[in-house]
Design a protein around this ligand. Sequence first.
Ligand SMILES: Cc1cc2nc3c(=O)[nH]c(=O)nc-3n(C[C@H](O)[C@H](O)[C@H](O)COP(=O)(O)OP(=O)(O)OC[C@H]3O[C@@H](n4cnc5c(N)ncnc54)[C@H](O)[C@@H]3O)c2cc1C
Length: 382
Amino acid sequence: MSRTYDVFVAGGSIAGLTFASEAAKLGLNVLVAEEHPEVGEPEKCDGLVSLRGLRKYGYPPGAGVIQDRVDSAVLHSPSGKTFTVDAEGLEVVVLDRSAYDKQVSAAAEAAGASVMTGRRAGEATETGDSVTVNAGDEEVKAKFLVDATGPASSPKHGILPAAKYEVEGDWIREHVVEVFLDAGKYPGFFAWVIPFGEHKAKVGAAGRGVSPFKALDGFLEGRSTTVLRRVAAPIYIGGPAQSFVRGRRIYVGESAGQVKPTTAGGILTSLAGAATAARWVSSSIHEGRPSLLAGYQKEWEGEFVKEMKAMLRLRGAFEKLSNQDLDGVFSVLAASKMTQKLSQTDFDFHATALLGALGMPGLLKIAGLVASAEVRSLLLER
Ligand SMILES: Cc1cc2nc3c(=O)[nH]c(=O)nc-3n(C[C@H](O)[C@H](O)[C@H](O)COP(=O)(O)OP(=O)(O)OC[C@H]3O[C@@H](n4cnc5c(N)ncnc54)[C@H](O)[C@@H]3O)c2cc1C
């Protein structure tokens, strides 16, 4: 049996479902295939996101989707120095990602898209003006294939294994996100605590060349904790892919590398990518002009590329800092008016905000502290 659609979407998570919803609203005939039997499951994401961003680029969360609000973020240096950002004005919340994905799936179906679960998208063959995708026991023909399969297709150099537990414990601070930096324990990344209710948190750890489960178990040692759920899932920190469109394949979300290289947060940038792609694919199909697809990458980059470059620059410097350097950076941040400045900026554009708030004097101060010449040139780059 063979069915024909305007677009076949592989992957039914936020990027695939947002694409489907927006494309269906624009009159396209869309089929989504999600390999798992239930949308949103198994849940891997912590759901930390700004409401401001969701209002601008995606769907505001419906009833029961927000699990918690975040009032502040506390960063811990290796020697125990802390740096606190007041987040009350930043509108940051913690989502139940499974519930949010189901909300977006319902929106896609209400707009006319078909969502089939328990169906893995397999091999795809392009012929002339269509692409044929193997989807289990049937072949589906479409004008375009949207790859929204997440880390399965994202550029391999940017993948980092991560471990995440949902836990209960008295030590969890209400409405406070905590980030723990240590170049020995979590090289190139960090351990994190994201609250999602009274004494409940999503905790995780990742680092280059370390076992994330060992790192997370080490973090929890001495913190009296009940583990409710364990998840192993890769995070992506490599920056946007070079091309979002290859032939009749269009990459959206994490498969296009639309993820923040600093924190691996990808909800917002992926939603924005998917919604942007839907508009350009729709124009391209309605006007019969495949060349219009190039507008998708141009528009997404116009919005995010400056921030992504700043994030990659910060990541490049961060990855080379020793624990002593990190402690020094905390001293500079604490001495400046950084706390106040960051509490008035934008959660989703935090790298340009941080670099702007530090300014050349702050960057010079940090550059003067670190041993590596490479880090100094990254920091002082113009
Ligand atoms: C532990 C962890 C914590 C995170 N925390 C946050 C956070 O707090 N805030 C934030 O902004 N981001 C966070 N992220 C990142 C965020 O989850 C992703 O960037 C975002 O989900 C990307 O959405 P996506 O739709 O592109 O891909 P994904 O959400 O990865 O979805 C891909 C989908 O494709 C399906 N699939 C894969 N292959 C196939 C196939 N062949 N056929 C059919 N279906 C297929 C998968 O089952 C999945 O449903 C976190 C990620 C991890 C791993």
